[in-house]
Design a protein around this ligand. Structure first.
Ligand code: PHE
Ligand code: NA
Length: 449
């Protein structure tokens, strides 16, 4: 019915945009620190299993749902299952978009400000880097300013439209991202003592695997592939029937997984070569890495390159998060795109302020306040995305029927086709495994184990 809906200008445009959505902080910031905390290659191994059994079927499903309905996530469920409460799953996705982007932009703002901090050179030693991070995040104006700048850029891209905004920007930035990453990897693996870091990434330590590892693996799979909240449904809604969903899904997932492993190769060899701890947690990129840059030859330049890379990766993901909410407002409320982007972007900017205030103004008051960002991250990553993903899977497998997904996915498919093997995965394997791990993880977190 909606014939005026924009479509991607080319096949590559969609694949690049979806890969741009996928490749982000999840690969360069989260994957390395999660890997560092959970036994290196052991985490990578479990993650690869999750990608095959959960990631691929859901990627195909979300793209197919979007193309079938040609709507935002809420509109998709209203269209495919009229007069049922299934639209609430789309609603969960839109709310997830608000929460995720609000703190995603705060972290992207750190990265943006680190480009300029790197220009001035890094302080020597891990403590100095730690202090640099603390002064940055506990400041008030600087984090707010960079969060604002990042949101303004994101709103600007989305205002320009699907082809003239999203597609144009990803076509320009994704190659830059690849080149920068290769440069940083080259520097890292050619450092003396780099080998230890490489083998850390590829030699599994299963003794570091705990129950929490599984929650981390599941959360990471959804987060890194942009699944479970409708970003891929939304991008799929701009596809034509000639596009090849099974092959595009392999390309998107392949690019994301490759980029995560390469990010590990950019980070661990340098971390090991200079004698730092890989299990540093979320500070790995913002504390440990600056310390590494401070001590390595040409470190300042590589610091600048690395944080440009990280900011680009974050931007191409942030635009997909904003597009979910903006597409909803355009489709269902008939707002013009610019007005929708500006309004939604403004609200998301405001929702991002508590995590910033939590670190600076309120951090003395309560420990919880200092951890607002972690709380947002836990709710979005460990609750909302897995829940959204499990419900999407149940919808596709039971309510809509996996036959319909297979049929939609295979329209326009050339070499690879989806078979009925997805049915048991969508109906049982994905929802049960994801919900069990999610509930167990919530229980563990609440009881503080
Ligand atoms: N996939 C992105 C990353 O790895 C994050 C993201 C999640 C983007 C959900 C869109 C939707 O950083
Ligand atoms: Na990712």
């Amino acid at each position: 019915e909606n014939n005026s809906r924009e479509q991607w200008g080319s096949k590559l445009g969609f694949v690049l945009a979806a890969a741009g959505s996928a490749v982000g902080l999840g690969n360069v910031w989260r994957f390395p620190f999660a890997t560092g905390e959970h036994g290196g290659a052991a985490f990578l191994f479990l993650y690869l299993i999750a990608v095959v059994l959960i990631g691929y079927p859901l990627m195909v499903t979300e793209i197919s749902l979007g193309r079938k309905s040609r709507k935002n996530p809420i509109g998709t469920y209203k269209n495919l299952a009229p007069d049922t409460p299934w639209w609430l799953v789309g609603g969960l996705g839109v709310i997830t978009g608000f929460v995720l982007l609000s703190y995603y932009s705060v972290i992207a703002g750190w990265s943006l400000s680190y480009i300029f901090r790197s220009l001035g050179g890094f302080p020597e030693g891990i403590d100095a880097a730690n202090i640099m991070f603390e002064t940055h995040i506990s400041g008030l104006l600087e984090p707010i300013l960079y969060h604002l700048i990042f949101m303004v850029i994101t709103v600007g891209v989305i205002s320009a439209g699907v082809v003239k905004g999203i597609q144009k920007v990803v076509e320009m930035l994704m190659p830059v991202l690849a080149i920068l990453l290769v440069a940083v990897v080259f520097r890292s693996v050619t450092l003396e003592g780099a080998r230890e870091g490489i083998s850390f990434l590829f030699r599994p330590d299963f003794s570091a695997v705990t129950a929490k590892t599984f929650l981390s693996v599941i959360g990471q799979s959804f987060f890194t592939l942009s699944l479970g909240m409708g970003a891929i449904i939304t991008y799929g809604s701009y596809l034509s029937n000639k596009d090849d969903i099974p092959t595009s899904s392999i390309q998107i997932i392949g690019a994301d997984t490759l980029l995560a492993i390469i990010s590990g190769l950019a980070i661990f060899p340098a971390v090991f070569a200079l004698g730092f701890d890989p299990g540093e947690g979320p500070g790995l990129v913002f504390v440990t890495l600056p310390a590494v840059f401070a001590e390595m030859p040409l470190g300042g330049i590589f610091g600048v390159l690395f944080f440009i890379l990280l900011t680009i990766a974050a931007l191409t993901s942030a635009i997909s998060l904003l597009e979910v909410v903006v597409a909803y407002v355009i489709d269902e409320k008939n707002w013009p795109r610019e007005k929708a982007a500006l309004t939604v972007g403004g609200v998301i900017f405001l929702i991002g302020l508590p995590p910033i205030l939590g670190y600076s103004v309120w951090s003395e008051a309560t420990t919880f306040a200092g951890n607002i960002l972690d709380t947002y991250d836990f709710i979005a990553n460990s609750v909302m995305l897995p829940l959204g993903g499990a419900l999407t899977s149940i919808f596709a497998g039971h309510a809509l029927g996996s036959k319909n997904i297979v049929e939609e996915a295979n329209k326009g498919a050339t070499s690879v086709k989806i078979g009925n093997w997805v049915a048991p995965l969508l109906r049982y394997v994905i929802p049960i495994s994801v919900l069990v791990v999610m509930l167990f993880g919530i229980y563990q977190t609440i009881t503080g184990e």
